[in-house]
Design a protein around this ligand. Structure first.
Ligand SMILES: C[S@@+](CC[C@H](N)C(=O)[O-])C[C@H]1O[C@@H](n2cnc3c(N)ncnc32)[C@H](O)[C@@H]1O
Length: 368
């Protein structure tokens, strides 16, 4: 079994574990996947290589997946050179354009720049002695550069391969994003939290949907990713992902509303199975409600990138009232900047960082 590290926002690690539990019940039971440990900012998972690489295709909540190659003591640059030179890179990669990303802490190796150049020199020395065939080099000329993560903490060196490449929130099939759009993996993490106790016989409504990230994530949650990851270019690039769950765990019906007619027009042109309509949620006489078991998820303007006029606390309170009046939801999940969040009553609070802004995801339940 190999060790994989699934990177995610600090504080949301247990939700990545939840996604694995939902999607891989059989492999967890048979021990083919093991959730080993949560660390701040990531989850350690053990699996065979092909299953671990396949997590890139099935999981929506991590931002990157690393695969550990080696861990050993290393106290100086010559030792680092020798360790890197001894790794059989030809068994891993079919290309020589490889970059090193180093992080050092509480270690005698303190200069990350020097550590990176030491690794590059060692790699060049390795390929000098172990040439990749010319024919293969021509083939791999246009491959994206591979990335190797070097972490040196208290003189322990950990070498990991970046199996993902571009951050995983870049889904590849939806290039259309607004300037205040939420990252796709964060949208999926929050959906998992909000929907934890619900079945799929619900309506998911986003009354300020913008580009519709929450709704597109809900729609695509069970669908395998179609984009390329760095591990597609590994020598051993088999990815098993058909063992993941296909059962629908997201709400059946998806509704997006926004005051901006252009954004709604664009959303409609992209997806006909989501009900998109132009609407101002703060209009008091807004009567067009949606019947059924409603769950609302909303990422309102914070006043930073999208302006809010008047008192911000009052704005958020008015918004919650309008949602309750109109949709009578079982639960509301709302992202609010941390400065204001404490002034709003909520049943659960999940703090995280949203594009550099400290926010909380509040869950407000209606006790029926
Ligand atoms: C922070 S953005 C939402 C971004 C969205 N979650 C996404 O990923 O693209 C806030 C959205 O609220 C919309 N909005 C602002 N006031 C509104 C109102 N009164 N009723 C409905 N939508 C409104 C804006 O047009 C904007 O698209």
């Amino acid at each position: 079994m190999k060790e994989f590290f699934l990177v995610c926002p600090i504080g949301l690690e247990s939700l990545v574990a939840r996604e694995i539990e939902l999607k891989y019940p059989c492999l967890l039971q048979s021990g083919q996947i093991k959730i080993a440990q949560a660390h701040p900012g990531g989850l350690e998972v053990h699996a065979e290589t092909s299953i671990g690489l396949g997590l890139n295709i099935t999981l929506k909540t991590p931002s990157k997946i690393l695969m550990r190659v080696k861990e050993q003591k290393c106290r100086d640059y010559p030792k680092l050179f020798n360790i890197i030179k001894k790794i059989n890179w030809k068994e891993i990669f079919l290309q020589t354009n490889i970059t090193f990303v180093c992080h050092t802490s509480e270690s005698r190796i303190i200069h990350t720049g020097r550590a990176e150049s030491t690794c590059t020199e060692a790699l060049n020395a390795y390929f000098e002695a172990n040439k990749i065939k010319e024919k293969q080099l021509v083939k791999s000329k246009d491959y994206p550069a591979q990335r190797v993560y070097i972490r040196i903490h208290q003189d322990t060196l950990t070498i990991s391969l970046d199996t993902s490449g571009d951050l995983m929130h870049i889904r590849g099939d939806r290039s259309y994003r607004g300037h205040a759009s939420i990252r796709e993996n964060i949208a999926s993490l929050l959906l998992l939290k909000l929907l934890a106790d619900h079945k799929s016989d619900t309506n998911l409504i986003d009354p300020m949907c913008g580009t519709g990230t929450f709704l597109f994530e809900a729609l695509n949650f069970e669908r395998p990713s179609k984009r390329k990851f760095l591990c597609h270019y590994f020598k051993q690039n088999e990815m098993q992902f058909d063992n993941a769950l296909t059962e629908n765990i997201m709400p059946n019906k998806l509704f997006g509303r926004d005051i901006d007619s252009e954004v709604i027009k664009k959303n409609k042109s992209l997806e006909s199975t989501i009900d998109f309509q132009v609407e101002n949620i703060l209009e008091e006489d807004a009567e067009k409600t949606i019947s059924g078991k409603n769950i609302v998820i909303i990422n309102p303007p914070y006043g930073k990138r999208v302006k809010i006029t008047g008192d911000k606390i009052e704005f958020f309170k008015k918004l919650i009232k309008a949602i309750q009046l109109k949709y009578k939801p079982i639960d509301i999940g709302m992202i609010i900047p941390r400065d204001f969040a404490s002034k709003i009553k909520a049943d659960q609070r999940i703090p995280f960082n949203q594009n550099g802004i400290k926010v909380e995801f509040l869950i407000i339940s209606t006790k029926l």
